[in-house]
Design a protein around this ligand. Structure first.
Ligand code: GUN
Length: 295
């Protein structure tokens, strides 16, 4: 029998825990943790993500601000915005929504963010600390996956974990987190990418399979070992006139076929997505606690 890794339900539970902590901080005289987001341009997916971050921050009693700029903003102007947020004591942390317009160097912007305010966990200092197992703000999606494995009590020690995709945001950090000496962790990790020969040969050996390829329904039933744990990070908008939004969401996994073989699987939507948002809230709380607050 397959168990659904219900990110929506788990995220709702963790948000209640966060809300309690926020309330006790406020009762103790601190101001509410404050998460800001910088949104450049009009990309519909980015607007949806940022709106969702705002809605969820408010749901747990946090403050939220969105700084919107046209896609004509130049790099020095955007770096000034980052400096402003770095120096604003009323803001505990912020994210710069990606992708940025092509004329802006994303890495330069990320490296300008103060590591203690880097809620996305993309700064090299946070990624370096993560690699060493030191306290850090972790990248939100990998952190959400780790929380999910932990809360569902999935045993990872000594398991073969195969990760498809080596992005800086998901594939590379989750491969490091799962290979660390920790719980969850202690996996033997294989990281597959565009140069990997015979990907199905690797995926069929996976006890835990994490897919962050950005290729719709790439993983088919024959690629998965019986009773594997399957985590689908893919998110694709498929035009669908029967939906109010005009689209439905689907992942990198052929859910109908794969779910018949595996022991646990994340749905899309409602799997990894809500866990990513909850990780941002957890990071905001962590950043806020780093600063002794005065009312
Ligand atoms: N664009 C897609 N995913 C992300 C994310 O996790 N953080 C930011 N800042 N932008 C993104």
């Amino acid at each position: 029998m397959v168990t659904l890794l219900d990110g929506k339900e788990l995220a709702a539970k963790i948000k209640l825990e966060i809300a309690k902590e926020v309330a006790s901080m406020i009762n103790g005289g601190a101001r509410a943790p404050h998460l800001a987001a910088v949104l450049v341009g009009e990309d519909p997916a980015s607007q949806t993500y940022v709106a969702s971050k705002e809605k969820n921050s408010h749901a747990v009693g946090m403050l939220s601000s969105i700084y919107r700029y046209p896609d004509t903003i130049c790099e020095p102007e955007l770096l000034e915005v980052v400096d402003f947020l770095n120096n604003d004591d009323e803001i505990d942390g912020f994210i710069v929504q990606l992708p940025l317009p092509r004329h802006i160097d994303e890495q330069k912007v990320i490296e300008r963010i103060l590591p203690v305010k880097d809620i996305d966990g993309f700064h090299p200092v946070n990624l370096g600390r993560m690699m060493l197992g030191l306290p850090a703000l972790l990248p939100a999606t990998p952190m959400g996956i780790m929380t999910m494995l932990e809360r569902y009590d999935i045993d990872t020690a000594g398991k073969n974990c195969v990760v498809l995709g080596r992005s800086h945001i998901v594939g590379t950090p989750i491969s490091i987190l799962l290979s660390r000496k920790a719980t969850p962790g202690n996996c033997t990790v294989t990281l597959c990418h565009s140069f990997t020969k015979d990907i199905p040969k690797h995926t069929r050996e996976a006890d835990i399979l994490i897919i962050a390829m950005g290729r719709q329904h790439f993983v088919t039933g024959d690629m998965v070992k019986k009773d594997a744990v399957v985590i689908d990070v893919g998110m694709h908008r498929i035009p669908d006139e029967s939906k109010k939004s005009g689209f439905r969401l689907t992942g990198d996994v052929d859910f109908d076929k794969v779910s018949k073989k595996c022991s646990y699987i994340t749905p899309v939507p409602g799997g990894v997505g809500p866990m990513t948002i909850v990780s941002l809230l957890q990071n905001t709380l962590k950043a806020a606690k780093q600063y002794p607050q005065t009312p």
